[in-house]
Design a protein around this ligand. Structure first.
Ligand code: NAD
Length: 290
């Protein structure tokens, strides 16, 4: 397939390289970065889009995805496919789908879980919204860039799944960090706490796989001075998208709201920017003064 890839940052570059290594013809474009050597340099998003079978976007936010998509959809070949793998708000994903429809282009929103490590190793999980036959048509591309893709239903549902997942992740990470802080003050050994909780009803991915306590559980960013990993800034972005969606559909999400407030304070007031999202643990302990 002839694939145009727009947005070659931390995630996009390794994803595009994996597609090129699998034998697809890759033309890349980034507003700021040169394309990796495995790809052909595109002159602009528009020129790249003109003769691509599939155009993949991996961009910072919904405003940028919309502006790039609205620019290139009119020049894409009728019947070609646009896949937006960026994490963006649900409303923007639905709007892009509507404009794609008007231009006879098939659109899928397909945000990912798995971070930069997953992008490099081709082990991302894709959550996909759009038409099922189009998902089936391009599923082999998801299989190259990832280990799993889940079809979630109508356009926008990929983004919905992503923000629901990450709202759970943010909330459980905060709860796990709070519990470690409480356990410390109660004199409970961290290893004992982990051994109990990771095999009990308080277990979660945050505790079992990504334990925020240094030296406890499998290797995680806490063992590397809380370098990301998954940056707190990106967690804050996703939690805000969840609140935006919750407001739009009048869903009651008090824990999601509390998680936004906590990450907002951590990132924007207390120097948490650039640290992994599990660094809530040392931050909370510091607030406690313990
Ligand atoms: P990034 O900032 O490293 O890359 C984005 C790239 O888009 C940049 O290189 C930028 O120059 C380019 N860009 C911006 N505007 C452009 C335009 N108009 N035309 C062409 N290129 C443009 O970000 P990233 O970490 O690669 O994340 C990309 C997306 O993936 C985001 O939506 C993010 O939320 C999501 N995501 C990131 C991670 C992660 O761990 N980094 C994990 C899951 C999802």
């Amino acid at each position: 397939m002839k694939i145009g890839f727009i947005g070659l940052g931390n995630m996009g570059a390794p994803m595009a390289i994996n597609l090129a290594k699998a034998g697809h013809e890759l033309i890349g474009y980034d507003a700021k970065l040169d394309v990796p050597k495995e790809l052909t340099q595109g002159v602009s998003s528009k020129t790249l889009a003109k003769d691509a079978d599939v155009v993949i976007l991996m961009l910072p936010n919904g405003e940028i995805s919309k502006s790039v998509a609205f620019d290139i959809l009119p020049v894409m070949q009728k019947g070609s496919v646009m896949i937006d793998c960026s994490t963006i708000d649900v409303a923007s994903a639905k709007k892009i789908n509507q404009i794609a429809d008007e231009n006879l282009i098939d659109f899928l929103d397909a945000p990912v879980s798995g971070g930069v490590v997953g992008a490099c190793s081709g082990s991302l999980t894709f959550m996909v919204g759009g038409k099922e036959d189009i998902y089936t048509k391009v599923a082999h591309l998801f299989n190259i860039m990832g280990q799993k893709s889940v079809f979630c239903g109508a356009a926008g549902n990929g983004q919905s799944a992503k923000i629901c997942n990450n709202m759970i992740l943010g909330v459980t990470m905060i709860a796990t960090c709070e519990a470690f802080s409480l356990a410390d003050n109660l004199g409970l050994d961290r290893q004992a706490m982990y051994d109990v909780v990771s095999t009990s009803s308080g277990s979660s991915w945050s505790m079992n796989t990504y334990c925020p306590a240094k030296g406890i559980g499998p290797q995680s960013p806490s063992d590397n001075d809380y370098l990301p990993g998954f940056a707190s800034d990106l967690m804050l972005k996703d939690l805000r998208l969840a609140q935006q969606a919750a407001n739009e559909v009048q869903a009651n999400t008090p824990m999601g709201k509390a998680a936004v407030d906590i990450y907002e304070t951590f990132v924007e007031k207390d120097n948490g920017s650039g640290l992994d999202f599990s660094a809530i643990l040392p931050w909370i302990k510091n607030i406690n003064g313990s």
